[in-house]
Design a protein around this ligand. Structure first.
Ligand SMILES: Nc1nc2c(ncn2[C@@H]2O[C@H](COP(=O)(O)OP(=O)(O)O)[C@@H](O)[C@H]2O)c(=O)[nH]1
Ligand SMILES: [Mg+2]
Length: 370
């Protein structure tokens, strides 16, 4: 049980459930308090005004719309969904690039260099972050504007740090919807930074077209330490910090990684994942990385896999959300909770076989309409 005031699990949570059942417990509202205390902090803006602003590329309107998407209130949920519905037909025209790697490899510094380079080539760049640890750290260590000084002041960029609070699933939903809003606002390259821990790579892989795994020299010594599973998600491996005394070590690591890539399944059918090196500090190697991404885009667009993957991602997301919502509905149903409690007791006493206990619970649910 997570014993933090803001991430408690409700009583109905199954005993062996993970963090997916955590919920934010918001402190109650004192009925006698002044309206100021209950104010959400989001000034209300008409949906039509937001839509027009976003389509015109207005960053303030975009930021406000994202705040609505990130809000947990029902009122904002409805407005957020209406915004998505209206902007969905105007989305999709971008390349979505995920960037992962352990803290310190230089992801944020790379995004600063890569983003400013892309802008110099005429692109508009949005930077988002998926940070599974944001619940615990409260602030975000990703989408780090201090490392993106040039990029963050450029009017052709938009940087949004990870929403804090909530579990990975919730953060991921907000990021998916934020992608839609950014695309409608005309951003053609969406960079999504995530930290290389736990589930987050798989989550980000499921929402991007291209996935870049960042490494540093010396990682070759611990090559076995890089999980094969993560290499299998990547469309490109980049060895960063190839500068100064580090150039030859970086080259060695790159060659080792390239070799290791021969032996694993590649993430995208028809595409060979390779390894490149770069320096986020000097920008050396950045154009070659973009060349690789462009080749990938051309190849997958012409093979049809680009669209196929996006459709599959949307379908998988739908199924996952539906499962989650169905479970949440049952686990909050009083009748179900009571039946579950009885079934658990009966099982622990050995009174009822497991399969029969499950079947009894199903029988006790409201009958399905024919
Ligand atoms: N020498 C060198 N240092 C770098 C490079 N990229 C990042 N760094 C440094 O590595 C540290 C971590 O960078 P950061 O971008 O915050 O890494 P992140 O945690 O992966 O986002 C910082 O001190 C950067 O200045 C690079 O290409 N060369
Ligand atoms: Mg960072």
């Amino acid at each position: 049980m997570i014993d933090r005031p803001d991430t408690r699990k409700p009583e109905w949570t199954p005993p062996d459930a993970g963090a997916e059942f955590a919920s934010r417990v918001v402190s109650g509202v004192n009925p006698g308090a002044s309206p100021k205390t209950v104010k959400s902090g989001i000034s209300s803006v008409d949906t039509g005004v937001l839509v027009a602003g976003i389509l015109a590329g207005n960053r303030t309107m975009l930021a406000r719309a994202i705040t609505i998407i990130e809000s947990n209130s029902l009122k904002h949920f409805e407005q957020g969904q209406e915004l998505i519905r209206q902007l969905l037909p105007r989305s999709g025209k971008s390349i979505r690039i995920g960037i992962t790697g352990t803290p310190g490899v230089g992801k944020s510094t790379f995004i600063e260099a890569f983003g400013t380079w892309l802008i110099s080539k005429g692109f508009k760049v949005a930077v988002l972050a998926v940070d599974p640890s944001s619940t615990l750290s409260r602030g975000s260590i990703l989408g780090d504007k201090t490392r993106m000084e040039k990029l963050s002041v450029d009017p052709r960029s938009f940087i949004r740090p990870s929403p804090s609070g909530g579990v990975l699933g919730g953060v991921a939903r907000k990021t998916r919807e934020t992608i839609i809003l950014c695309e409608a606002a005309g951003y053609d390259v969406i960079l999504i930074e995530t930290v290389g821990v736990g589930q987050s790579e798989t989550t980000v892989r499921s929402m991007v077209d291209f996935f870049l795994l960042m490494q540093i020299a010396g990682a070759g010594d611990e090559l076995q330490g890089i999980k094969k599973g993560i290499m299998e998600l990547a469309d490109l491996v980049v060895v960063n910090k190839a500068d100064g005394d580090n150039v030859s070590r970086a080259e060695l690591t790159r060659a080792e990684l390239k070799n290791a890539l021969h032996y694993i399944r590649h993430a995208t059918p028809g595409w060979t994942t390779t390894a490149l090196s770069c320096s986020a500090l000097s920008s050396a190697g950045i154009p070659e990385i973009w060349t690789q991404i462009s080749k990938f885009s051309t190849l997958t667009q012409s093979s049809g896999y680009f669209e196929e993957r996006r459709h599959a991602q949307t379908s998988q997301w739908f199924e996952a959300l539906l499962n989650e919502a169905l479970l949440a509905r049952y686990y909050s149903d009083q009748n179900f909770i009571t039946e579950l409690k009885h079934a658990r007791e009966a099982i622990s006493k050995g009174e009822v076989p497991v399969v029969m206990a499950v079947s009894r619970i199903l029988d006790s649910l409201k009958p399905c309409p024919d």
